[in-house]
Design a protein around this ligand. Structure first.
Ligand SMILES: [Zn+2]
Length: 184
């Protein structure tokens, strides 16, 4: 590649290392012409195709900006948003596709956002899925209620079996509520 300082058409790699999380390679390069050094990062390509057909690199910052709007006034902090964006990126990269649609990105947001905050989730889903009426909201809320009921039944069952096998007597009372609090 060109030297970014003097545009010399060739540079030399002087050091190469994998980042701690293993998702990128950093190369330290030196320009044989001007002698200056710079760093390049090599990552697997992940592009987002927007509805307009425009292709742009996936950006966690853009995911965070979109979700942050839905989280206005809700108890969701920046760390939680950063973790959510990381999960979205991980999920999209796990598909193995180098190009995803903005719809795919929205879809990947829904799961983690639902765990984070019910209201923010509904706001985001209403835009992403294009809710047009009260009935759309009602249907989504009914679905969420049903799934939550199913989850708490699962939790109760899991706790019950844990109690049976645990001589230490793990208490299960209020556990689902405590877990919900801990997530926030
Ligand atoms: Zn140079």
């Amino acid at each position: 590649m060109f030297c970014p300082f003097c545009r010399h058409p060739d540079t030399r790699v002087v050091d190469s290392r994998v980042t701690d999380d293993g998702t990128a390679i950093r190369r330290r390069r030196a320009c044989p012409s001007c002698g200056r050094r710079f760093t390049t990062t090599e990552t697997a390509a992940l592009s987002v195709v927007k509805r307009s057909g425009v292709v742009e690199p996936f950006s966690r910052a853009k995911v965070i900006a979109g979700v942050r709007k839905a989280c206005q006034g809700r108890p969701v902090d920046d760390d939680a948003l950063a973790r959510l964006a990381q999960r979205v990126e991980d999920e999209l990269r796990a598909t193995g596709c180098s190009e995803v649609s903005s719809q795919d990105v929205g879809l990947a947001v829904l799961g983690p956002l639902r765990e984070l905050d019910d209201v923010a989730y509904l706001r985001f889903a209403s835009v992403y899925r294009g809710f047009e009426s009260l009935e759309d909201f009602e249907a989504e809320i009914a679905l969420q209620r049903a799934e939550r009921a199913l989850r708490s039944t699962d939790d109760a069952t899991a706790n019950a079996s844990r109690d049976q096998t645990s001589p230490a007597g793990v208490t299960s009372a209020g556990t689902p509520a405590t877990q919900m609090e801990a997530r926030r």
